[in-house]
Design a protein around this ligand. Sequence first.
Ligand code: ADP
Length: 258
Amino acid sequence: DLETRLDINSNDEMGSLAHAINDLAVDLQRYRDTRQEFFANISHELRTPITYLEGYSQVLQQELYETVEEKNKYLGIIHDEALRLQHLVEDLFDLSKMEEGKINLELDWVNMSDLTQQAVRKVELKAREKSLSLKYKENGMMKKIRGDKKRMEQIILNLLENAVRYTEKGEINVSLSYTSSAFLLVVEDSGIGIPKDEIPYIFERFYRVEKSRSRQYGGTGLGLSIVKKLVELQGGQITVTSEVDKGTRFEIQFYQQP
Ligand code: ADP
């Protein structure tokens, strides 16, 4: 489907040059496709909450409701959609900074234990609302790790929020272990899980396992792509294992510089 393709099939220098140029053209086309898809996704993600905001504010303005409960329901929707827009804009801003390589990490010695427990406390209320058990434990002697405190918190919180979001019953277990060479953070839930063939894609921006499912749960599809980038920027590694209707387990490993 490329408009420009050099048709030189000789085995000499010209041939290999043509080959290299063709490869470049393929890369460029792929880049254009993903870019176009990216902007199409953003437009879609922006349009949906705006449609809700417009529709429900009009309902309120024209007093097209019968009970106070109904009115409050619409106000709730407006509030949720405004929050969704806010998250989306923040996520997009983060992503664009990272893709440009312009994110400045503020490196410091981070106490992962404190940070993880703080993050756990932040999602405690949401977990309780869904009657989920939320537990934290740590193994080994905790030391500080070199990293960006705010970004570390963002990573942990994102995994925890997903765990709460995609779990309807059962438990969420968070653990932090320390060995002589690495830190291991595990966030494990007994939630809806991720189909095997979709696991490789969940770290891609805007990827969602079933679009409607994620929207119903209130996500943007950007969280995990940001998490993965932030983990890697700080020298770590993230892995996931999951089984549908059983649960999901995210592991983040940070290596300790000697
Ligand atoms: P979202 O904002 O939609 O949650 P993410 O990038 O954080 O986007 O996650 C991508 C997709 O991976 C989600 O839409 C969801 O389908 C799936 N996912 C992420 N975390 C979990 C989890 N703990 N359990 C089940 N599915 C998950």
